[in-house]
Design a protein around this ligand. Sequence first.
Ligand code: S3P
Length: 179
Amino acid sequence: MLQSASSRLSWTGKPIVLVGLMGVGKSTVGRRLANRLHLPFADADHEIERAAGMTVAEIFERFGEPYFRDGERRVIARLIDGTPRVVATGGGAFINDETRALILDQALAVWLDAPPQVLAERVRRRDTRPLLRNRDPLQVLTDLAAIRNPIYAQAPIRVSSDRAPHDSAVGHILKAIGL
Ligand code: S3P
């Protein structure tokens, strides 16, 4: 079921996992949400980089995307093993069938959503994302939104992060989980 920010769902203490496209603000919103809830925060991409001793771009380049997805699934499984925390995931994590099943089973997934035009502006500030390198970000993000949004929609909570400041997304999430 898709819930808008105005509908409620009571949070039972499961890990909260932010999903959504690149540039939507999963890490920033996640960190602020964790602060508000006095929970630890983890960024799955950073954890993967730490475990591999390489950047995400290097992993893609040297070992390919399937290898990255495998490591991503294992890292996320560890991050949602029961300890309450807020986890920001990379944009493709929830698209992987196994990783999504794990998240839906063991965590509360929150889809942060914004139009591709807004995301394209935001991703221009960082050029480390392998899927966007040497490509038109607006085109890539528009194509990814068409494929991925119906899958992100499986998250029980959807919050728009649109042009509003990230703090308002945090407020919407807190409201949606009944806090
Ligand atoms: C990806 C998103 C990235 C990172 C990798 C792949 C994707 O994370 O995991 O480059 O498939 O959408 P962000 O969403 O944090 O940029």
